[in-house]
Design a protein around this ligand. Structure first.
Ligand SMILES: [Zn+2]
Length: 253
């Protein structure tokens, strides 16, 4: 199994959007990952809506467009980055969405043959919310697709090498992905923690679906970290300054 990391663009917002009471501004990466496994290919998270470049209000709604400024090129879309490393986007078997926020699932349509894997709770929350009055509609990322709704832990390839972990709280059905590679565990945390330091300082943004549940999920990732697992946070610019990006593998083993 080999794992590759991509940065599908950057988001700039007041630090307060990432850390409650934070000062100044932060520019954070929007990552996606390819898990190239002998039994299939999975992509974890798929980046931002293309329309965000030209008409942010139409793409994500007035409120979010006022908070987040996106910075990305067409070449940074997940399909283009896969093509750049000779991986056909149509060959992707599974798309795992950590959750259905605009910067984690908007590229699903670029991977047209993939089965989409989300937590049952996440899909249910999107359905219950109904179409938004404006901006990004997460349900359109699932509509017309083969969707596998999982509950809790789920072994993607049946050999323990890539296991989804429920890390509810940031959204109703947020999930992370534990990868057994390079002689140890690595967890793609998604937005369970925006920054690696969040595991220790527990400073969350004002926004959370369920803050207490998110803190319990962070405690589970912190326990894995304390036992030697590497945790890759959802939007950590300092961490991404040191991580290898595709076509260099992030993990191999
Ligand atoms: Zn999010």
């Amino acid at each position: 199994m080999k794992v590759y990391g991509f940065v599908c663009g950057w988001l700039t917002a007041p630090m307060e959007a990432f850390v409650e009471g934070g000062a100044g501004e932060a520019k954070v990466p929007v990552p996606a990952y390819l898990i190239d496994h002998p039994r299939g290919r999975a992509v974890f998270d798929t980046g931002m809506p293309a329309g965000l470049r030209t008409d942010p209000q139409a793409a994500i709604g007035r409120y979010l467009a006022g908070v987040f400024k996106a910075d990305f090129t067409p070449e940074q879309a997940i399909d283009r980055q896969l093509e750049a490393m000779d991986v056909d986007p149509a060959s992707i078997d599974l798309v795992v969405n950590s959750h259905l926020h605009f910067d984690h699932c908007a590229g699903n349509a670029l991977l047209p043959n993939a089965r989409i894997v989300v937590q049952k709770r996440e899909a249910a929350a999107a359905r219950a919310a109904g179409p938004p009055k404006e901006g990004f509609d997460p349900l359109t990322m699932l509509d017309g697709r083969d969707v596998l709704e999982v509950e809790g832990e789920h072994d993607l390839f049946g050999d323990g090498s890539a296991v989804l972990l429920p890390t509810y709280g940031h959204t109703a059905g947020h999930q992370s992905l534990r990868l057994a590679c390079d002689g140890g565990d690595t967890v793609l945390a998604g937005d369970c923690c925006y920054f690696h330091r969040t595991l220790s300082d527990l400073k969350l943004p004002g926004f959370a679906h369920d803050r207490e549940e998110q803190l319990r999920s962070i405690a589970r990732l912190k326990a894995l970290c304390d036992r030697g697992a590497r945790i890759i946070a959802g939007h950590d610019p300092d961490q991404w300054a040191h991580l290898p990006r595709a076509p260099a593998p992030l993990l191999a083993g």
